[in-house]
Design a protein around this ligand. Structure first.
Ligand SMILES: *[C@@H]1O[C@H](CO)[C@@H](O)[C@H](O)[C@H]1NC(C)=O
Ligand SMILES: *[C@@H]1O[C@H](CO)[C@@H](O)[C@H](O)[C@H]1NC(C)=O
Ligand SMILES: *[C@@H]1O[C@H](CO)[C@@H](O)[C@H](O)[C@H]1NC(C)=O
Ligand SMILES: *[C@@H]1O[C@H](CO)[C@@H](O)[C@H](O)[C@H]1NC(C)=O
Ligand SMILES: *[C@@H]1O[C@H](CO)[C@@H](O)[C@H](O)[C@H]1NC(C)=O
Ligand SMILES: *[C@@H]1O[C@H](CO)[C@@H](O)[C@H](O)[C@H]1NC(C)=O
Length: 383
């Protein structure tokens, strides 16, 4: 019976604990408590079971069993089954013979302590020290950087403050999607655009999930193209929007070219009151800090009002049954187009003489996050 022995020897406190821990007296007298493990790493909110057995000399019978988190000689240790912090969450799975297993549910950070089993017989008492050290951990997704360039490697690790058992199966989420990876480390040897998102991790069988960690994948502009609106048939005096469509991260700066001359900037290039001297090939350039990409050129053809009315007249005539006219329509359209192109060619030669008063307006779309269109850039003049 250790308390008696202690008071006789009266060694300093650390030595007492050491002697108890080594079970010096149990060997001789048959007292002992043994735990399934001396250190447990538990996830917050999880349930922990400590398997435990105990022994005492024959002839004794048990009067009291309890679990405690304090070991102070000569003072009765608090009984966790009666403590308000634990009462609702602790369950004794053992008995009053040799099983002292215990279960703690909804593990909290404040549970990070050392726990001991203590029992009292009709002739003595014993505490199983050292006890079981409980460590409580959250989960955290860790990566070397939030922003990674496309094609570069990145590893995401599901971190815990103490080491969970090697058999733990991890669950990975990207946004709301569950991924197939089950390892502690999510290895992306060559990151792709689709890998961007908010990552979280969890351990199978546990409800705890980590906070999310963003992965931002940057890449130069790709798939740059021009959309013309309204499309196809553009008549003199119309207003036409050219929109530069491109994918990039971060968002690209857009600039516009007619043939090789820079004519403006901003995602949408507006030509109001279009005239024949606007005929030509347009393209846009998308540029961010990682690179640039030109679109294919689009050719803007403008029909003169005269040609259009003639065509419409002939079209209507055709519908009314004068179908021979449809052939003439095609010829007229062809001639109109030829004339336009010829005019365009000659204008190109004369371009410096003819400074148009028409305005080209480029609308700058500030950023993708902005709800409003940004400022109007100064009106652009063209050749
Ligand atoms: C505790 O005992 C139970 C039942 O005997 C067993 O299933 C479980 O694996 C044990 N746990 C540990 C941590 O040894
Ligand atoms: C990612 O982890 C793998 C395997 O552990 C390692 O070989 C690689 O160097 C790591 N990559 C980075 C970018 O840390
Ligand atoms: C998971 O694996 C299945 C089968 O191999 C595959 O069809 C599915 O696309 C994968 N899911 C993800 C998110 O990679
Ligand atoms: C051109 O863009 C402006 C500004 O976004 C818009 O108000 C206008 O309706 C567009 N015009 C056409 C023909 O799409
Ligand atoms: C990604 O990172 C770049 C560079 O830091 C930043 O400019 C961009 O806005 C970020 N993109 C997203 C979607 O967070
Ligand atoms: C994009 O435009 C802004 C504002 O004009 C400028 O500060 C920035 O350097 C430009 N970025 C690139 C990659 O050209």
């Amino acid at each position: 019976m250790y308390l008696m022995v202690m008071s006789v020897m009266a060694p300093p406190l650390p030595v007492i604990l050491l002697l108890i821990g080594q079970g010096v007296y149990s060997a001789a007298d048959g007292w002992s408590v043994s735990y399934s493990s001396s250190h447990i790493c538990a996830l917050k909110d999880s349930t922990v079971t400590i398997n435990c057995t105990y022994k005492y000399p024959t002839g004794h019978h048990i009067t009291e069993v309890l679990w405690t988190n304090t070991i102070v000689p000569c003072i009765d240790a608090p009984d966790l089954f009666k403590e308000s912090e634990y009462r609702e969450r602790i369950q004794y799975l053992g008995d009053k013979q040799h099983d002292c297993s215990v279960r703690l549910t909804d593990v909290r950070h404040t549970d990070k302590q050392e726990y001991y089993f203590r029992f009292i017989t009709n002739k003595g008492k014993w505490i199983g020290a050292p006890g079981v050290t409980l460590d409580v951990t959250d989960l955290q997704v860790e990566s070397e950087g939030e922003t990674v360039m496309e094609g570069h490697p990145v590893n995401l690790t599901c971190k815990s403050r103490c080491s969970l058992t090697d058999t733990s199966t991890f669950i990975w989420f990207r946004n709301t999607q569950t991924l197939n990876d089950t390892n502690k480390k999510l290895i992306l040897p060559s990151v792709r655009r689709e890998n961007a998102g908010d990552y979280r991790c969890a351990v199978q069988g546990h409800k705890l999930t980590s906070p999310h960690q963003r992965l931002n994948v940057t890449y130069p502009p790709k798939q740059t193209s021009v959309a013309v609106n309204p499309c196809c048939v553009i008549v003199e005096g119309d207003s036409v929007n050219l929109t530069c469509i491109s994918q990039s991260n971060p968002p690209a700066n857009i600039s516009w070219f007619k043939e090789e001359t820079s004519v403006g900037s901003g995602n949408i290039f507006i030509i109001s009151n279009i005239r024949s001297d606007h005929i030509g090939e347009y393209k846009c350039k998308a540029e961010n800090e990682l690179g640039e990409k030109y679109s294919e050129s689009v050719t803007l053809n403008v029909l003169s009002v005269r040609c259009v009315s003639l065509s419409v007249a002939l079209g209507v005539g055709c519908c009314l049954g004068v179908c021979g006219a449809s052939a003439i329509l095609l010829i007229v359209m062809y001639i109109c187009r030829r004339k336009s192109l010829r005019r365009k060619a000659s204008e190109r030669k004369l371009k410096n003489d003819d400074v148009s008063n028409d305005t080209y307006t480029a609308l700058e779309l500030k950023s993708r996050s902005s709800d409003l269109y940004g400022t109007l850039t100064p009106n652009q003049k063209m050749m």
